[in-house]
Design a protein around this ligand. Structure first.
Ligand SMILES: Cc1ncc(COP(=O)(O)O)c(C=O)c1O
Length: 428
């Protein structure tokens, strides 16, 4: 792991050229570890789907031809059972978990449902689940499903925000003795606002409630210490800043103090002896009890090279560069994009943000389409009005930051909005 001071701390970010910033960047060589076929393509959507690590490409070939093609089912005993545990532990190390505390399983939404139901069942006298309106829609849907699975009295209360900042005061005020579970996304998918894990967790614990954090937009880019912050439960995806690949499995963290929690979707992979084929087999004693069926093995194995890169770079160093990239983008955007009808739709203070910035514009969808189709620049759009720019420090450069804003200006001045105003892609 690179162990160094923050190189950007000493540099006046906005009085230095992008080239000099790239030269000062200690993570610069990580870009060469990713497949970048078109160096002119500016990819600012690593907050949705991370780029492909070169090692993953080779590994995919090896898994399919050797491990599956040649070794066939022997690979389970030869390596796969061990591999899944090892990779879970590596993901765990990125979020401050001990070996065995993180397991890889299912999609993020399914992991959220499983952990939410188990937490609610462990505290049957309370019926309120608190979340906020910036949480990912799938999370709110899954929390509602968890509530109605447990009882007709359980209810999800959604705290309203101003759409920009995390509604800290309002949430803390709503945490009382009726609350069973507080469940939030640490970094919100639209505004990018970032919750302080410890403040919310401490308040929840004071009243005997549990917390369940979705770390999808923070894992690998925001320093997280689940043990230190005494987090009960956490889940998250591996395909954003961990670069695990489309649909790679999610992870579940369960702390020691939740050792009595029961997986509501029990199955053979979570049992003590899956290959004893005993229908009465008891759940595993450790966190593997939260597994259900056969893991998506190929996708699970392909997570490892991306996680290795994050571990090698160090999340603290990644965060330093993430802040520098986003501050630089914001500085230039405030001067050059706000006069073109954009407004900032993310917190202005970097300590309140994850690693993306959102800008609101009446023609967000058309701008997104024009950038992708005419300007070799990939941000993403969250309807109706947000263009999101994600900064993945392992491969985004400062020169790309400068250039991407010039390309947005080019779209606006070159009539791109008119050309793309009627296009509506399925994945915006
Ligand atoms: C914060 C957050 N939570 C949950 C999800 C849903 O993840 P999955 O499709 O793996 O269930 C996403 C997807 O992007 C997300 O951004």
């Amino acid at each position: 792991m690179i162990d160094s001071d923050d190189p950007f701390e000493k540099i006046k970010l906005n009085q230095t050229t992008a080239k000099d910033l790239d030269n000062a960047d200690q993570l610069a060589n990580f870009r060469s570890k990713f497949v970048i076929e078109d160096p002119n393509l500016i990819y600012l959507d690593g907050n949705s789907l991370g780029r492909l690590p070169k090692k993953t490409k080779d590994l995919a070939q090896e898994i399919v031809s050797e491990q599956w093609g040649s070794r066939l089912i022997r690979s389970w005993n030869e390596k796969w059972l061990e591999d899944t545990v090892r990779i879970g532990d590596k993901v765990g190390s990125v979020v401050g978990a001990k070996p065995g505390e993180v397991v890889l399983a299912d999609s993020t939404t399914v992991c959220l449902f499983k952990t939410a139901v188990s937490a609610l069942l462990s505290n049957p006298t309370r019926s309120i689940i608190l979340t906020d309106d910036q949480n990912f829609p799938s999370d709110i849907q899954a929390l509602k499903a968890a509530a109605s699975t447990v009882s007709k009295d359980h209810k999800v209360v959604v705290i309203e925000s101003n759409g920009l900042e995390a509604p800290v005061e309002e949430l803390l005020e709503a945490i009382d003795e009726t609350v069973s579970l507080v469940s939030l996304s640490q970094v919100a998918y639209r505004s990018g606002c970032c919750w302080d894990l410890s403040t919310v967790t401490e308040k929840a614990h004071q009243v005997g409630a549990k917390v369940l954090w979705d770390l999808s937009h923070s894992v690998g880019v925001v320093p997280i210490d689940l043990r230190k912050d005494e987090i009960d439960l956490a889940i998250g995806c591996t395909y954003k800043y961990l670069n695990g690949g489309p649909g790679s499995p999610a992870f579940i963290y369960i702390s020691e103090n939740c050792h009595d929690l029961i997986n509501p979707i029990a199955g053979w992979y979570g049992s003590k002896d899956p290959f004893g084929f005993d229908p009465h087999s008891q759940p595993q004693n450790d966190n593997r009890r939260f597994l259900t069926g056969t893991p998506p093995l190929v996708s699970t194995l392909l997570i490892e090279p991306g996680v290795d890169l994050v571990i090698e770079a160090g999340v603290q160093n990644i965060r330093s560069k993430s802040v520098a990239l986003s501050e630089r983008f914001l500085f230039k955007a405030e001067k050059e994009l706000l006069p073109l009808g954009f407004s900032v739709a993310s917190p202005l203070k970097h300590k309140n943000r994850g690693s993306h910035l959102s800008f609101s514009h009446d023609s967000a969808l058309a701008i997104g389409q024009a950038l992708i189709n005419e300007q070799a620049t990939i941000p993403d759009v969250r309807p109706p009005d947000l263009v999101r720019f994600g900064f993945a420090p392992l491969y985004t450069t400062f020169l790309e930051i400068e250039e991407s804003i010039d390309r947005v200006k080019e779209v606006i001045s070159g009539g791109g909005i008119d050309r793309w105003k009627d296009e509506m892609p399925v994945v915006p």
